[in-house]
Design a protein around this ligand. Structure first.
Ligand code: ATP
Ligand code: MG
Length: 294
């Protein structure tokens, strides 16, 4: 079986090195033969994650931001559900970014996500994110017309370059100020997406998940892949790397994301805060008072 470290490292888009999505296999399963093999490992990761979250929360110094981007039906919702299932809801928030409102469009493109960043001690999950501004908006540049942009002369290469620079700058700022950032592209194949769409159509319990708009976006598959590739190549940085997660096998997606999250929290080397002398004195007094029955 391939070690966890090796697998996750090979999924990181190495900063400064150009990746091609076609070199990454969406059906990759590591050394695992099946779901059952991976299940106990995922369970253990969920427990470790709960422990690290408690440390993160008590230290109230760092935050962790997880960004999930993917084509429809790649499994963003399921990944959030399975990987985060054991953690304290008080220290974790999920935000889903859909079509922007008029108010959001009246601000710069970073604004709406900035407002929802995790506070110190918290884990924040972005289900879609500001990266939509270089994905759906890149595939449909007409959307830029509603963004009230100054001095806008068209969606040129330079225009997208400026967006990538803004994103890299804001992420660097966040990391410097204590927010660790992990970005996951759930890489599903076009064939697997078709299978999942058909399941949504055929299973009455899944009908609600189907949206006609998803089919329109599917028609632009190659344009999306080009946009994802360019986005990853410009914004996978040492401080906020992109991970290209194989997503044709849901259980492998969940296990891999959990491995990376747990590894990152472990490396943060978090410790419970040590009480100051004044706090120690207060603790001793409180104990005494309680023991005296007051
Ligand atoms: P699910 O389908 O599982 O409910 P979802 O994330 O696909 O989740 P939808 O409501 O189906 O949610 O789709 C949200 C849509 O909003 C997506 O098509 C996405 O591309 C679009 N969107 C998100 N951010 C922006 C943006 N900044 N500009 C334009 N469209 C955006
Ligand atoms: Mg959708």
């Amino acid at each position: 079986m391939i070690s966890t470290r090796m697998k996750t490292k090979s999924m990181m888009a190495t900063p400064g090195k150009r990746i091609r999505l076609k070199d990454f296999d969406p059906a990759f399963k590591g050394g695992y033969a099946s779901h059952a093999h991976a299940q106990s490992k995922l369970k253990a990761n969920v427990q470790r994650l709960a422990k690290y979250q408690d440390l993160l929360y008590s230290s109230h110094t760092y935050a962790l931001l997880l960004v999930l981007q993917a084509m429809d039906a790649a499994g963003k919702d399921g990944t959030i559900k399975h990987v985060m299932s054991g953690i304290n809801p008080q220290g974790c928030q999920v935000f889903s970014f859909k079509t922007p409102s008029e108010r959001e469009l009246s601000h710069d493109f970073l604004w709406r996500t900035y407002c929802d960043l995790p506070e110190r001690g918290h884990i924040g999950i972005f289900n879609r994110s500001l990266y939509e501004e270089v994905l759906v908006v890149r595939v449909h540049p007409d959307l830029l017309k509603q963004e009230h942009l100054p001095r806008f002369t068209g969606p040129s290469k330079k225009f997208w370059q400026h967006r990538f620079e803004s994103i890299n700058d804001v992420e660097r700022h966040l990391v410097r100020n204590g927010t660790a950032i992990l970005k996951f592209f759930l890489h599903v194949s076009k064939e697997e997406q078709e299978k999942r769409f058909l399941e949504r159509l055929n299973d009455p319990g899944k009908n609600w998940k189907f949206s006609e708009a998803d089919l329109h976006e599917r028609l632009r598959w190659d344009d999306y892949m080009a946009a994802y590739e360019d986005m990853i190549n410009h914004t996978s940085t040492a401080h906020a790397p992109w991970y290209i997660i194989p997503a044709d096998h849901k259980w492998f997606t969940h296990l891999t994301v959990s491995n990376i999250v747990v590894d990152t929290l472990k490396k943060m080397n978090l410790k419970y805060p040590t009480p100051t002398n004044a706090q120690r004195a207060q603790i001793a007094l409180a104990k005494e008072a309680l023991q005296r029955g007051r």
